[in-house]
Write a protein that binds this ligand. Structure first.
Ligand code: URA
Length: 261
């Protein structure tokens, strides 16, 4: 049976609040379903119900832990404390929470007792390095939004040694099959025996972008590690290790994401 529509005044559901009521879109964003804006869209699409009635008022308030909020008919758990982790993803680990092929996933690195966290963006199976995990859907969305140009720094070990012209092309833009890449920073850091280390700083995040850019200048990637995400460096975090971000790091991420949250 289709849920009835909820035309109650915005605060009606919160009338007997036993905990701090909050706007439905904030509740949904904190619950990790997406940003506040995408939650508003879900509401306008009639996908959200509270206590069995479809929400029609985006400003409506709900009582976390008391009101029964559903998205597409599935209960949305009351948001718990927001958590922010940094993982140094090892190679061979898939950046999803569940892999139909049974490969190890980033879910295996999350604290067993905590809330369900989601990766912020993706790293390829073979890529190692900094991956943020959080249940703060709003910040995650803002960090990945192209408008905020959040920088990601990659350390690539490449075949051969890029010359000045290759570096110039990497920086100015490369025509890939999905279009011209945005201006980037490329630094030849070290020359090894027939190989080199390049640091590439990107402000966009297309699929396998670093690998494709370096291949297209004739220097395929042999190993790839993300060494910074926005203001946060990977630092000395060992491969496979995970740590909680401190408040100041979360504040820095928010600032980099245009003040999200
Ligand atoms: N670019 C890539 O090519 N791979 C990654 O994992 C991340 C960025």
């Amino acid at each position: 049976m289709a849920p009835k529509r909820n035309d109650a005044a915005p605060d009606a559901v919160a009338a007997e609040a036993c905990c701090e009521p909050e706007r439905i879109q904030k509740f949904l964003a904190r619950a990790g379903v997406g940003s506040r804006r995408s939650a508003e869209q879900m509401i306008s699409d009639g996908r959200v119900s509270v206590n069995g009635a479809v929400v029609v008022t985006p400003g409506m308030k709900v009582r976390p832990g008391v009101d029964d909020v559903c998205l597409d008919g599935c209960p949305v758990e009351a948001p718990r404390e927001l958590r922010y982790l940094m993982l140094n993803k090892p190679a061979g680990v898939v950046t999803t929470l569940d892999d139909p092929q049974g490969r190890p996933t980033v879910a295996g690195f999350m604290p067993a007792d905590g809330p369900r966290l989601f990766p912020v963006g993706r790293l390829d199976l073979a890529t190692t390095g900094l991956l943020l995990l959080t249940n703060d859907g709003e910040l995650a969305h803002a960090l990945m939004h192209p408008r905020h140009h959040v920088e990601k720094v990659y350390r690539a070990e490449v075949d051969g040694v890029p010359d000045a012209e290759d570096i110039r092309r990497l920086e100015e833009g490369i025509e890939l099959d999905d279009g011209l890449t945005a201006p980037a920073r490329a630094v030849l850091v070290e020359v090894l025996d027939g190989r080199a280390i390049v640091h590439l700083t990107l402000r966009e995040g297309r699929k396998r972008q670093v690998r494709r850019m370096l291949s297209s200048v004739g220097h395929p990637v042999l190993e790839l590690c993300r060494i910074a995400y926005g203001p946060l460096p990977l630092g000395e975090l060992a491969e496979g290790a995970v740590r909680e971000l401190v408040d100041d790091e979360v504040a820095q991420l928010r600032a980099a994401a245009g003040g999200a949250g």
